[in-house]
Write a new protein. Structure first.
Length: 118
């Protein structure tokens, strides 16, 4: 298993959780997604309990998006904000997806502020 933070997938998972009907339990068998869940919990985007079921299947229980997780998804739910934040970071000589999550959200908020003329 490669240990690569996949921000695009993290964004997708958070949206699935935010709008999904079943958030109390999520079954995951993909090792890439397992690592993304670990990173989301480690970085404070999600809280959950975990139970291994067997055959590579893990059950994430009581899945909850944290306040920081909501900030992240509220900032990047709109794909154009995500793209705009990437471009803004690139203009500053940075690659958005390689920055810490807090800085990514800051770039996203800055992009939104610029779009609103604030």
């Amino acid at each position: 298993m490669t240990q690569i933070r996949d921000v695009e997938r993290i964004r997708e998972i958070l949206l699935e959780i935010k709008y999904g009907e079943e958030v109390l339990m999520r079954e995951v068998s993909d090792s890439h997604d397992h690592y993304q869940y670990y990173l989301m919990k480690d970085s404070g985007l999600l809280e959950y309990d975990i139970k291994g079921i067997g055959d590579g299947l893990t059950c994430y229980l009581n899945v909850r998006i944290t306040s920081f997780g909501h900030d992240f998804i509220d900032t990047f739910e709109n794909k154009s904000n995500f793209k705009g934040a990437k471009e803004l970071a690139k203009d500053k000589g940075q690659e958005l997806l390689k920055l810490p999550l807090e800085m990514m959200v800051d770039f996203g908020k800055l992009y939104i502020k610029q779009q609103l003329g604030l």
